[in-house]
Design a protein around this ligand. Structure first.
Ligand code: GAL
Ligand code: CA
Length: 373
């Protein structure tokens, strides 16, 4: 079926400004490479030849095989240039490994710690460690610690993440609803309902269930009835999502009218799967086409949006999150307010939340600039 280019409205577009970070706003020359590269690059030290004199920012991501987290790591390294000596540790999705890494950071004299934790329930123990090490500030990022009592228990604990509540999924759902309304062809079987499959994130992650709920409720609130053909977790991971999609495409094939994924890594896994089944290779001009949408707007996803193989994504701004982490770390070791000099404010969870933004073919530049130098 020949399809028109989907035209989508932008929702909640916001300009993000981090006025105080000026010179730190560059990302690494390697930003945009794949996950494997990210593992190596994020273990590079920042700070140039004089970095031995800089304070140490002990930083770690829960897993270097998580594309989005690797981009935050790159941003932290880049923003640290001239401010901190840092090194992004890979927690390998194992809390005991990451906890050992924190011990090492402290032993090496880190002045501040920034982590996306492997397991959010480890936060109290990590807080005890930094307290015992001389009340070091600790900044939790990406994986939100939702038990406010934990963050409140320690005056030097803060968070940097994205907008909570729907975690970007209301924008994702609205993009699907807008596409449906703009393209009557999307209702392939003409039954007035949207035959949907939904790839969820890791169920242990704060954003997973809200993203799955809000993407559907936003579509329904727009007056569209959903016929949910399949929904399961792809664990945020491309290969896992591909396996799920392999099963769904062989079971439902052309019955599927839309694929929503809770992140781009999974959306790309779904794309690989359906392309192997003969869909989407020629973008919206493909004989067989299923709209796919994700969250994060990773550089590797932007190429697929540009080619039309994927309908869109929701930018989660890894670069700004990394810059906020570094600026906050600098403020805290200098005895300033966490948000001093920034346009962001802490919410009641002591979190800075960087907003999401809809990304389609029409505004790819917005997402590209997030990862540009
Ligand atoms: C989400 C992000 C996912 C994954 C997850 C891991 O915010 O959208 O791609 O990185 O965090 O914690
Ligand atoms: Ca239908």
């Amino acid at each position: 079926m020949r399809r028109k280019v989907l035209s989508l409205l932008l929702c909640g577009a916001m300009i993000i400004s981090l006025s105080a970070c000026g010179d730190n706003s560059s990302t690494g020359e390697n930003a945009g490479k794949g996950t494997q590269d990210g593992v190596q690059e994020t273990s590079q030290e920042a700070g140039g030849k004089d970095s031995k004199d800089l304070p140490i920012l002990g930083a770690g991501i829960y897993s270097a095989s998580d594309n989005f987290n690797s981009y935050i790591g790159k941003s932290i390294v880049n923003a640290s240039d001239g401010i901190f000596k840092t090194n992004i540790e890979d927690g390998q999705n194992d809390q005991s490994t990451q906890t050992n890494q924190v011990d090492t950071m402290i032993a090496k004299g880190a002045k501040v710690i920034a982590l996306s934790v492997c397991d959010t329930t480890a936060a109290p123990a990590l807080i005890e460690k930094v307290k015992a090490a001389g009340n070091l500030p600790i900044i939790f990022f990406n994986k939100e610690i939702t038990d406010e009592g934990v963050i409140d228990s320690y005056e030097n604990a803060y968070q940097v993440t994205s907008t909570g509540g729907d975690y970007g999924a209301a924008i994702e759902g609205q993009m699907v609803a807008d596409a449906w309304k703009a393209n009557p062809d999307m209702d392939k079987n003409g039954d007035g309902k949207l035959q949907l499959v939904n790839l969820m994130g890791d169920p242990g992650h704060t954003a997973s269930q809200p993203r799955a709920d809000y993407v559907k409720s936003t579509i329904e609130d727009a007056g569209i009835e959903i016929d949910l053909l399949a929904e399961d977790t792809g664990m945020w991971v491309t290969a896992t999502a591909k396996d799920k999609m392999d099963a769904w495409i062989s079971k439902y094939g052309d019955e599927i009218e839309c694929i929503v994924a809770a992140n781009d890594a999974m959306a790309l896994g779904a794309l690989t799967s359906i392309e192997a089944a003969g869909y989407n290779m020629k973008g919206t001009e493909s004989e067989k086409y299923i709209p796919i949408i994700g969250i994060d707007a990773l550089p590797e996803m932007l190429d697929k949006i540009e080619s039309g193989e994927v309908m869109g994504s929701v930018l989660q701004d890894a670069k700004t999150q990394g810059q906020v982490i570094v600026k906050m770390a600098e403020n805290l070791i200098n005895g300033k307010d966490a948000c001093d000099g920034m346009d962001f404010k802490l919410d009641e969870a002591k979190a800075v939340r960087v907003p999401y933004q809809a990304i389609t073919k029409e505004n790819l530049d917005v997402a590209k600039s997030t990862y540009a130098k």
